[in-house]
Ligand binder design. Structure first.
Ligand SMILES: Nc1nc2c(ncn2[C@@H]2O[C@H](COP(=O)(O)OP(=O)(O)OP(=O)(O)O)[C@@H](O)[C@H]2O)c(=O)[nH]1
Ligand SMILES: [Zn+2]
Length: 335
């Protein structure tokens, strides 16, 4: 299925700072202070599709940016031909400071971090009740990444027409993560209104395993998403978007939803192992009774997680998920 972006965004979504025309240019502050502000909505082989106030332009990065990665969600300053006309190419001369950075590594020991999106304030973790089966450990990893990046998580359980979402919801109930359930009903998607309310005026990144229904959600939320991506592709002249990249789509309600390609794993080499527990609040509550310095791993002699397990206060699967993640991360430091 084609990845998509929107050419029909709302100009209120792109916040333009007041001009600085009256201020003299200092030597330290180079030119381009009058550069147009845009948001990167798609990246494809060195070409950046950027949404300006009322049109979309294709851009490349200027040499002065160096090797700094520019990703979907970035607010950038553009110079050159910003008309967006066919064949035009603008230059990105600056990346504005990011409010959030969502990262991922190939595995838990990989030193190379990949920034998935910038400036997202919400992460919708999409998981289907069936086809494909839920992968709780992938969900846990997404939660870790969300908390680490200071991005608010939301769980979206899809395909509730195929199986009862109850057990999956029960698993995550103790986490107090907001949850939305959707299902196919004829050729419609039910449950969208609750999701729409959660997306209002926010920049939301959708993550999840391949096939869970992310693109289906985006298409249902933004009825012209497919047409919009077609327009972007005409601009870049590169045909269909590769499914290896994230794409931002503007919501008519204001806000952005960023579709990302399906993932099999979510490497967390960049996350401090001591912070993993933050994504497991149900477990964290039990660790108050741990001895000082307890890392809560399976080899800890007096970890309160074991006491809680024995007493039946915790679901074994939750503790296993946490400890597997912890062990996987600790391998890196050789502990
Ligand atoms: N039964 C049912 N099928 C659904 C539902 N939502 C999506 N699907 C189907 O699930 C399949 C995968 O949906 P996609 O939206 O392409 O999934 P995706 O998460 O975008 O997958 P990737 O692009 O690989 O990451 C498609 O055949 C959809 O028609 C649903 O609520 N119920
Ligand atoms: Zn412990």
């Amino acid at each position: 299925m084609a990845r998509r972006a929107s050419a029909s965004y709302d100009e209120r979504d792109v916040k333009v700072r007041p001009g600085r025309g009256s201020r003299p240019r200092s030597k330290l502050r180079p030119a381009h202070s009058d550069a147009a502000l845009g948001m990167v909505i798609a990246v494809d082989r060195g070409r950046y599709t950027c949404a300006l106030a009322d049109h979309v332009v294709t851009a490349m990065t200027a040499r002065e940016l160096g090797r700094k990665a520019v990703v979907v969600g970035d607010r950038v300053r553009l110079v050159g031909d910003v008309s967006g006309q066919e064949g035009s190419l603008a230059r990105i001369v600056r990346v504005e400071p990011r409010s959030t950075v969502l990262r991922r590594t190939a595995d838990d020991v990989d030193a190379v971090e990949r920034v998935i999106v910038a400036n997202a304030d919400q992460m919708v973790i999409v998981t289907s009740v069936a086809e494909p089966e839920p992968r709780p450990r992938l969900v846990d990893r997404c939660l870790v990444a969300a908390y680490d990046a200071d991005v608010e998580p939301l769980l979206c359980v899809t395909k509730a027409d195929l199986a009862d979402p109850g057990p999956l919801l029960d698993t995550y109930a103790p986490l107090h993560v907001p949850t939305v359930v959707t299902n196919r009903d004829g050729d419609q998607l039910a449950g969208l209104d609750a999701l729409r309310r959660r997306l209002h005026e926010r920049t939301t990144v959708l993550v999840g395993h391949s096939g869970v229904g992310k693109s289906t959600l985006v298409n249902a939320l933004v009825p012209d998403a497919d047409r919009a991506i077609g327009e972007v592709n005409t601009v870049t002249g590169r045909g269909r978007h590769t499914s290896t990249n994230a794409v931002a789509v503007a919501l008519s309600e204001q806000g952005w939803v960023i579709d990302t390609p399906g993932i099999r794993s979510f490497g967390l080499a960049h996350v401090d192992p001591a912070r993993l527990i933050v994504a497991f609040p149900d477990l964290a509550a039990e660790t108050a009774d741990c001895p000082r310095g307890c890392a809560h791993g399976s080899s800890e002699p007096e970890c309160a997680l074991d006491t809680a397990l024995d007493a039946g206060r915790l679901e074994p699967g939750r503790v296993t998920s946490f400890r597997r993640l912890l062990a996987s991360r600790e391998r890196r430091t050789g502990d």
